[in-house]
Ligand binder design. Structure first.
Ligand code: G3H
Ligand code: ZN
Length: 276
């Protein structure tokens, strides 16, 4: 199985994701872990400490394995703030930097994390897969160049990261032409040579079999964002159009929560190898 990581921009996103995880857990008979992600933009909107309070409170209240990740943070300063605030994991994203600079900034984050906490995990990007959870015409320039296993090994050794996000065929966002495919052979090679958990980014739009073979090859966490943004947007617009006189936010927003829940439920079911 792989753990699902889903991004949120607001409380509706959180409820949709958590409802899906709890409902599926009820079917499966055990609490299935789930990760809530906040990119730098999402974090600015939601609030750093607000997000930590929410996830920690719910985790304790329900004794449920739900975790908070600082997704794609680009600087040491922003990673440090999240570690200090109590995020469970952080991603330093130096994918666009050259090898030495990516190693330097990543190592700085790892050293800091280890100096202040024995439990905060650090993930790094190695191989650029584009940026932005949105709809794209084609694969962005420079994105999608596959990670070389030997270089990934060197990167892991030099930085001491806990988890690695390689470029193995997926692209951030939904690409209109040129459906991405996962190179599962490459996943297996990188997994074997690095020996640490691998994270698949850019999950939106991949086919079910891409996920299954990626998991079999060694992927431990899968990120989904664009698919959630799309259904939220559609459901919200429809709700507003269908109920022009409604002014109560929780009534207007309920369909958006349910739309997110549906998408996340199906993805979690697949990632956890469940066939209900
Ligand atoms: O970190 C976020 C993810 O990699 C999301 O990618 O928008 O293609 O689902 P996605
Ligand atoms: Zn990502």
């Amino acid at each position: 199985m792989a753990i699902g990581h889903f991004n949120i921009s607001n409380l509706e996103g959180f409820h949709g994701i958590y409802n899906a995880a709890k409902n599926l857990s009820a079917f499966g008979g055990l609490n299935m872990p789930v990760i809530i992600g906040l990119s730098e933009g999402e974090e600015n909107f939601v609030g750093r400490e607000e997000a930590v309070s929410l996830i920690c409170t719910i985790r304790e209240r329900d004794n449920y394995p739900i975790f908070l990740n600082a997704d794609h943070h680009a600087s040491f300063e922003s990673v440090k703030k999240c570690i200090d605030a109590g995020f469970d994991s952080v991603i330093i994203d130096g994918a666009k930097l050259d090898f030495n600079e990516n190693v330097r900034i990543t190592k700085q984050c790892v050293d800091y994390a280890k100096s202040v906490s024995s439990t905060t995990l650090v993930e790094a990007e190695f191989g650029y897969i584009g940026s932005g959870s949105n709809i794209k015409e084609t694969v962005p320039e420079g994105a999608g160049i596959l990670t070389k296993p030997e270089e990934a090994k060197k990167f892991v050794e030099l930085t001491g990261i806990d988890m690695l996000a390689p470029s193995v065929g997926s692209i951030h966002g939904l690409v209109k032409s040129g459906q991405p495919h996962i190179n599962d052979g490459l996943v297996a090679e990188i997994k074997k040579i690095t020996g640490i958990p691998l994270v698949l980014h850019g999950g939106s739009g991949l086919r079910d079999e891409d996920f299954t073979k990626a998991i079999e090859a060694g992927i431990s966490i899968i990120h989904i964002s664009t698919e959630i943004r799309l259904v939220y947007d559609e459901a919200l617009k429809k709700s507003l159009a269908d109920n022009p006189n409604e002014t109560t936010p929780y009534k207007i927003l309920q369909p958006a929560v349910e739309a997110i829940e549906k998408v996340v439920f199906e993805r979690l079911k697949l990632f956890n190898g469940m066939k209900y």
